[in-house]
Structures are given as C-alpha cells and as structure tokens.
Design a protein around this ligand. Sequence first.
Ligand code: DCP
Length: 179
Amino acid sequence: MILTGREIAREVARGRIHIDDFEDARVEPNSYGFRLGGTLLEYADDVLEPDVPPRVVRRQIGEDGAVLQPGRLYLGATAECMGSDHYAATLYARRSTSTLGVWIQYSAPLGHCGAVIPWTLEIKVAQPVRLFAGMVIGKIAFWAMLGEHVRYNGRYTGSTDVVASRLALDSAASRGGAP
Ligand SMILES: Nc1ccn([C@H]2C[C@H](O)[C@@H](COP(=O)(O)OP(=O)(O)OP(=O)(O)O)O2)c(=O)n1
C-alpha cells in the first residue's frame, strides 16, 4: 500500500520517516515533493566500463542556475536526505518538469527500507533547459512492506550527496565472469 501524503506527514512527525527540512506545503496526495540539490556530475569518459570506477566532472549549480544540454547524462541529487527504516520508497518526476522535457529518473526508482540518504537523480533533458538548485523537481512515495523487513546496507549507505555508479564494486562472479 502506498502512504497518503497526510500519513507521510504523520510518520515524519513520529520519526518513522526521515525527510530533511520537511514542509507541509510540499505534501501531496500520495507523495512528497523534493528539491534539486546543488551538485551535478557528468562522466568524463566517452566509453564507460562496468568494472572501472568512472571518472566524473563535478560542478555546483550557481545562482543563475545551470543550462543542461540534450544528449548528456547528468547525475544530480535530492537536496533532502530522505528515507525510512519502516517503508520502502520510490522516486518519480513531477508531471510539470517531465512535460518540460526534464527527466530525472530513468530506471532506478527503488529505495530500500533503511536507505536514508540524498537520492541520486539520473537527469536528461529534451532540449536546453535551465535548472536551479532548490527547485521542486520530483516526488517520493512510501510503501508499506509485506514480509520480513531487512534494512538496506549496501554500497550507497552513508551517501551525503550525488554518487556516481559504483557498479565496479560488483564481483566478477556477479557479472557472469570467472570468480
Ligand atoms: N535513484 C536512486 C535509486 C536508489 N538510490 C539508493 C536507495 C537504494 O536503496 C540504494 C540501492 O539501490 P539499488 O539496490 O538499486 O542499487 P545497487 O543494486 O546498484 O547497489 P547495492 O548492491 O548496494 O544494492 O540506492 C539512490 O540513491 N538513487
């Protein structure tokens, strides 16, 4: 079951959901609106290798914002640290940003219970668009879990900002190669 916005607010008040700088104004019927953080990463190499940690170029979004270009992948982060030991969570774009051609989440929407971190956003744009740090850019939903709860304790535990792919930490065996 998905939590209603009011239940998200109640669970934040009870300390069972963590959302930095929680504001009632950003509570939505079934979600909570999060803001874009100030850091953007781009990969520096033309060809990315799954077993080599990628080199990144990091920049801060200035007061005038940052104009993103089509054809590039940008990694951003939610301004807020968010998550719960009691619920799973999923990330979505806002309809209003998505229909402007700003896509913030492609194929990694799931947050495990126990992951209480700023989330990394996979950002692409359809045409040049200026983005500002602090703009409400997406929404997080929380889901009650059925079955035994296991808290996430993985390679992104303890993240404090946008984090590039850590796929290179996979063992050779998990990639289907020789152990
Ligand atoms: N857009 C996203 C999606 C997820 N996460 C965080 C919350 C998740 O609980 C955590 C791990 O997500 P996955 O299980 O999808 O990641 P991996 O399988 O790559 O890593 P691990 O082996 O640590 O599970 O990363 C994030 O910061 N940004």
